[in-house]
Write a new protein. Sequence first.
Length: 153
Amino acid sequence: MKRFLITAVSTFIIVTGCSSFIYGIFCKREGIEGYVYKISGNQMPSPDIKRPAPKGIKTTIYIYELTNLKQVKGDNHSSLYSAINSKLIKTIESNSKGYFKASVPAGKYSVFTKEGEFFYANLFDQDNNIAPVEVLRKKRTKIEIKMDRGAVY
């Protein structure tokens, strides 16, 4: 009986792969998860004013292969881009609180959102890669996307 039970459970895991219930217990998938926040207005620190926590927003997130500033079309002094000349890996939606989760293989990516017609990303690394995110094997990389073009710091 014990041998049958072990065989049955093993077969179930193999057949279902890393989906639903089994995913949470046995499987680890690589990916990116986090929140998207819209920040605007005066964000200057002040002892008299307590700033509210940023609010998450529902939006589309675009995950591209690692993208350098040389691979985009737009004003080099802005965070807005009219075209991205690298491979689109995945497009996902954040929920009404700004939360998102995407399964992508281990590797390096650039993460964008959109503001109107333009792609938006406001972070760079020392090599001018835009909004870089590194996903490690069997790990989910946690990030925060701050859409703060209308904010003053």
